[in-house]
Design a protein around this ligand. Structure first.
Ligand SMILES: *[C@@H]1O[C@H](CO)[C@@H](O)[C@H](O)[C@H]1NC(C)=O
Ligand SMILES: *[C@@H]1O[C@H](CO)[C@@H](O)[C@H](O)[C@H]1NC(C)=O
Length: 442
């Protein structure tokens, strides 16, 4: 019902906006009658559901493509020990890795320097004087001691498979410690979702002038028996962390920035956050286990983390920084400030943080969530939420535990694309996760 009301109000708003000849900053009325400023528009495409097509295979790895013409994602399945999985990834993605590394360094240098005031001075000096590779090398040195061996083994495998040096692969995998992205995190369950099961959203706003968009890769890891859960990450060639991912047990989301007035204390020694999040996917089943992992870790950057668990059937958002870990349920005043701001109302069985710096006083996200609350499905998120909020320019993943599916959308993959389509404007690709996790070895 809420959904129908909202659609009706969108139709009214669209008509009014056309009358006013205003393409942007459209005023919408939600069912509470609040005037809401959302600048986007509807995305009516239904998810693409045909299965991935095999294009190559190697010892311990298989490579597929999936998606409609002009909007394809490479899917890489990896099997065996961490080193064997690395070799398979390096072999299957050799050209993509070499191309991306060339494009990537100038971009990440520009990004790091654009946010230099939020990085430690010593690190900025190194990047300015010697270059970004030296800055990334410093991150390697700071985090090496806290990096679990399975990541080291996998990076050695990638280097061997792609014919690169280990140092190059390791440096490149450190980039999330140096740059900032604005993102949206949502987890809804129980009374928030249509079927009561957990649905989680990770929308990555990173700008689309980012060479990472040229080769979006869905990695499906099939660890050996006793080595944890099968899991998928949505990532990039030659990159081993998880900024987006779903496993047989858990799912993770992330957003950089704690408060708008706070420095992100990066450049600290510790367990790289994108490695920690991947270990949640691989080794944890419950929110309590993920919490214990984050609590025990020597943490680096200041981020928000979203964690969902199949057995718990719920999600939580965490404020995560080197000196604190705060957990937020749906009815905890969010995040770290009470009373809850008017623009961030508590909604039953729903945790969320919008794409803006926090605390955010932008009303769009909460008003749309309020409109779909009780009716949340992946389709509602894709068609009635992200494209209106305009969140997830680079990548979006919607994890649906009820149907065991993950919907992924990415920005235009073609380097020459003009205009570059943003992920929230495009057709999502739906993965049947039971099928992906059951993909047999080559
Ligand atoms: C969810 O809805 C049911 C039925 O209206 C209600 O009994 C229950 O208290 C609600 N749950 C929460 C957490 O408010
Ligand atoms: C940020 O702002 C909050 C609220 O005004 C304040 O309590 C906090 O001390 C500030 N933090 C810093 C690092 O200035």
């Amino acid at each position: 019902m809420l959904h129908v009301t909202w659609i009706a109000s969108v139709v009214v708003a669209v008509t009014m906006a056309m009358a006013m000849a205003s393409a942007t900053a459209m005023a919408m009325e939600n069912e509470l009658g609040q005037g809401v400023q959302c600048s986007g528009k509807a995305n009516t495409a239904a998810p693409y559901t045909a299965p991935p097509q095999l294009v190559a295979s190697t010892t311990n790895g298989k490579k597929f493509v999936v998606g409609p013409t002009g909007n394809q994602i490479t899917v890489v399945h990896l099997y065996g020990t961490p080193y064997e999985m690395g070799v398979a990834a390096g072999t299957l993605l050799k050209q993509e890795i070499i191309n991306l590394y060339d494009e990537f360094l100038p971009w990440v240098e520009e990004q790091a320097l654009a946010y230099a005031k939020h990085l430690p001075r010593s690190l900025v000096d190194i990047i300015t004087d010697i270059g970004i590779e030296a800055g990334l090398e410093m991150e390697v040195l700071l985090t090496e001691k806290y990096t679990p061996k399975h990541f080291v083994e996998e990076m050695k495998g990638i280097a061997d498979g792609a014919g690169l040096t280990y140092n190059k692969v390791h440096r490149y995998s450190m980039f999330p410690e140096l740059i900032k992205a604005a993102c949206t995190i949502i987890a809804g369950w129980g009374n928030a979702t249509k079927d009561g099961s957990l649905t989680q959203v990770r929308a990555l706003d990173w700008g689309v002038d980012n060479p990472m968009r040229y080769a979006p890769i869905t990695f499906v890891y099939h660890p050996e028996a006793g080595q944890g859960n099968a899991f998928m990450t949505q990532g990039f060639p030659g990159f081993v962390g998880a900024i987006t991912g779903y496993s047989t047990e858990t799912a993770i989301c992330e957003k950089v920035w704690i408060h708008s007035n706070e420095t992100i204390l990066q450049g600290r020694p510790g367990y790289p956050w994108h490695f920690l999040l991947r270990d949640i996917l691989q080794f944890d089943s419950t929110i309590a286990e993920a919490t214990a992992r984050m609590q025990a870790a020597k943490r680096t950057a200041s981020i928000f983390v979203g964690v969902g668990s199949r057995v718990d059937g719920q999600g939580r958002i965490f404020e995560y920084s080197y000196d604190q870990l705060n957990e937020f349920d749906w009815n905890t005043p969010f995040p770290g400030y009470a009373p809850t701001p008017a623009e961030h109302p508590a909604m039953t069985d729903l945790v969320y943080v919008d794409k803006h710096s926090q605390p955010s006083s932008h009303p769009c996200t909460a008003s749309l969530l309020d409109a779909i609350h009780g009716d949340i499905t992946p389709e509602a998120i894709e068609q009635d939420f992200v494209s209106w909020v305009e969140t997830g320019d680079m990548m979006i993943a919607v994890y649906d535990f009820g149907t065991n599916s993950v919907d992924v959308s990415v920005a235009s993959q073609d380097p020459e694309a003009n205009p570059i389509l943003k992920a929230y404007e495009r057709q999502f690709i739906r993965y049947d996760m039971a099928a992906l996790f059951a993909e047999p070895r080559p």
